[in-house]
Design a protein around this ligand. Structure first.
Ligand SMILES: [Zn+2]
Length: 175
């Protein structure tokens, strides 16, 4: 059955059995696999699950006084300790091409994805360089590291924060 408009018959769009609607930004090709769709829809820019988890863990560990998504800084770091000039990015493994875990690459539209990933990776590198030039130290935390050992990440950040600022090298990458 469908709705007849003039000579056009609009058939209802077939939905997946589970009636799952993924958030999509309209730019990427429709993923063929459900797993890819899930990964893609998990990226909603800022305030994703891993970022919130890290903020909560930092807060619980007494590492407060950070700001979030500072618009004026290159790449809008997710967590910024302004007084310590420490900028932290929480990167999703899929979009930012995690070097630690085996991130999946969609099998279809290969060229589209290759170009998109290349742009993302070079943009990330540019942002880190720019921050370092401006005298910021940076930490990149990968989503998978956070899943594996959030306590370890919090300890590492805590160590970096407590270090005497006089010992910092300008532009130092604290990883
Ligand atoms: Zn990863």
């Amino acid at each position: 059955m469908g709705i007849i408009i003039g000579a056009t018959v609009l058939m209802p769009i077939r939905k997946a059995a589970k009636e799952v609607n993924y958030l999509r930004d309209g730019r990427a090709p429709i993923p063929l696999s459900d797993a890819t769709s899930r990964v893609m829809s998990a990226n909603r820019g800022k305030d994703t699950g891993p970022e919130i988890a890290l903020r909560k863990a930092l807060w619980a560990a007494g590492l407060r006084g950070f700001r979030v998504n500072l618009k004026d800084l290159p790449g809008r770091p997710d967590i910024v300790f302004t007084k310590r000039r420490l900028a932290i990015f929480v990167h999703g493994c899929f979009w930012h091409r995690c070097p630690i875990c085996q991130t999946c690459t969609p099998k279809s539209h290969e060229r589209f994805w290759a170009e998109k990933f290349e742009r993302n990776v070079s943009r990330d590198a540019r942002n880190l360089d720019e921050l370092k030039t401006q005298g910021w130290r940076t930490i990149v935390v990968w989503e998978c590291e956070l899943k594996d050992d959030i306590d370890g990440i919090v300890r590492r950040i805590g160590r970096d924060i407590r270090r005497d600022p006089n010992e910092w090298e300008v532009g130092e990458d604290v990883r």
